[in-house]
Design a protein around this ligand. Structure first.
Ligand code: PAF
Length: 295
C-alpha cells in the first residue's frame, strides 16, 4: 500500500476503476467492510484518512476525536487498500476555504439541526476529495444515514462523475452499532447504549408487522431509550431521498436517532421501506476485535 500526503501523489500510478473510502480514521470493522465493498468493484482502492476540522462544530470534540494513524494504515493494508491518502491540514486547506458546499434543505434537520455547519463541512471536504482524487466510485457507511443522503445528493446535483455507494451498518453481536466513539463508553454506558439499537429493532419489527405511523415508530425507540435514561437528541423518521420528515412510511425512509450515553454522543438508524422490509445492518458473530469492542 502506498501512503501519500498530496492529491497529486494519490492520483499517480492508478489503473482501471478507482474506488475511494473516505474516513476520519480510528478504524473498526465497519470501515474495513467498506474497503472490501470497494475491492469487489474497483481495480485501485484508495482510502482517505483526514480528521476534517470543518465538520466539527465543537472544538473540544475535534480535540478529543480518537486517532491512531499507524494502526489504521496497517488495518487498511490488510483489508486490501492500495493507496492511503493521509494529508496534513495544509494540503486540504492551504488557506481558509472561501468556497463551501451547502445543502440547506438537507442540513436543517436531525444531525444538521444539532450540529450547526456540520454538513457544510462534510459536503465541502467530500467535494474536495472527489475533485482532488477523482475516484470513479466512493463507498460510505449507511450508519451515517443523513451524511449518505447529503453526499449522494451533492454528487447528483453537481453532476460529479462519481458513483456513491452505501455499505450496511455493522453491529456488535448484541446490536450496538460500531463507531469509533464506542471506545469512550464505560461498561455501564455501553449497556445503556444498547437501548438505541433495541429501540430501532423494535421499530423495524413493527414495520414488518404493518405499522407505518412515524409517531408510533419514533415512540418505540424513544420508549427503549428512556428506559435506559439516555439523553436523547432526536428520533425521527426521514425520507431516504431528501431527509425531510415523514409522518407516514409511504416511501423509502430511515429512522434515525442521536443520543448521549454518559458524555458520548452516538447515532444509529434502520432503513425502512413501505413494503414492510427493513435494513437493520449486519451483526458480527463475535465481539469486535478493533476499536469499540464489546468485551
Ligand atoms: O464519515 C466520516 O468519517 C466523515 O464525515 C467523512 C465522510 C470522512 C468526511 O470527513
Amino acid at each position: 500500500m502506498r501512503v501519500v500526503g498530496t492529491f497529486g501523489a494519490a492520483r499517480e500510478r492508478r489503473g482501471g476503476i478507482t474506488a475511494l473510502v473516505p474516513t476520519m480514521g480510528y478504524l473498526h470493522e465497519g470501515h474495513l467492510s467498506l474497503v472490501r465493498i470497494a475491492r469487489e468493484r474497483a481495480d485501485t482502492v484508495m482510502a482517505s484518512l483526514f480528521v476534517n476540522p470543518l465538520q466539527f462544530d465543537d472544538p473540544s470534540d475535534l480535540d478529543r476525536y480518537p486517532r491512531d494513524a499507524a494502526r489504521d494504515a496497517a488495518l487498511l493494508e490488510e483489508a486490501g487498500c492500495d493507496v492511503l491518502f493521509a494529508p496534513q491540514v495544509e494540503e486540504m486547506y492551504p488557506s481558509e476555504p472561501l468556497t463551501r458546499v451547502t445543502l440547506p434543505a438537507l442540513a436543517a434537520t436531525m444531525e444538521g439541526a444539532h450540529r450547526p455547519g456540520h454538513f457544510d463541512g462534510v459536503a465541502t471536504v467530500v467535494a474536495k476529495l472527489f475533485a482532488g482524487l477523482q475516484p470513479d466510485l466512493a463507498v460510505f457507511g449507511r450508519k451515517d444515514a443523513q451524511q449518505f443522503v447529503v453526499v449522494s445528493r451533492m454528487a447528483a446535483d453537481l453532476s460529479m462523475p462519481v458513483e456513491v455507494i452505501g455499505g450496511p451498518t455493522l453491529r456488535e453481536a448484541d446490536g450496538l452499532a460500531l463507531s469509533s466513539r464506542n471506545v469512550f463508553l464505560s461498561d455501564a454506558e455501553r449497556r445503556a447504549a444498547l437501548g438505541i439499537s433495541r429501540g430501532l429493532m423494535a421499530a423495524a419489527d413493527a414495520v414488518e408487522a404493518g405499522e407505518r405511523s412515524a409517531a408510533a415508530l419514533e415512540g418505540l425507540v424513544l420508549e427503549e431509550m428512556s428506559r435506559q435514561a439516555l439523553d436523547v437528541e432526536y428520533a425521527e423518521l426521514a425520507d431516504a431521498a431528501d431527509t425531510s420528515r415523514l409522518t407516514v412510511l409511504d416511501r423509502p425512509g430511515f429512522l434515525a436517532v442521536a443520543a448521549r450515553s454518559g458524555s458520548t454522543r452516538l447515532i444509529d438508524n434502520v432503513w425502512l421501506r413501505p413494503d414492510g422490509s427493513a435494513d437493520r445492518g449486519a451483526r458480527l458473530g463475535a465481539p469486535s476485535v478493533l476499536y469499540g469492542g464489546g468485551g
